[in-house]
Design a protein around this ligand. Sequence first.
Ligand code: SF4
Length: 77
Amino acid sequence: MNNKDFLIGNITDGIDKRIVSELCQKYMENLEGCNGCDYEKYCLSNKCRYLNWKLTGNMSKAAGVVCGFENIKMSVT
Ligand code: SF4
């Protein structure tokens, strides 16, 4: 809300399906540097692209801090 990067419409004009489609496509892009990682299936950085956007400014870029956390979490389980 109140972020023009993710604005898909308004109650007056409705939803812009082109923007929704572009955002969905961006959300599905593979993360840079995560290809083949053992934790890919469970990793928060891979599951939540909005988290990446918030932390790195890029939805398709893994957040280093989350990557580190996932590695610690998996090493103790
Ligand atoms: S742990 Fe790191 S390399 Fe593996 S999927 Fe997550 S962000 Fe990518």
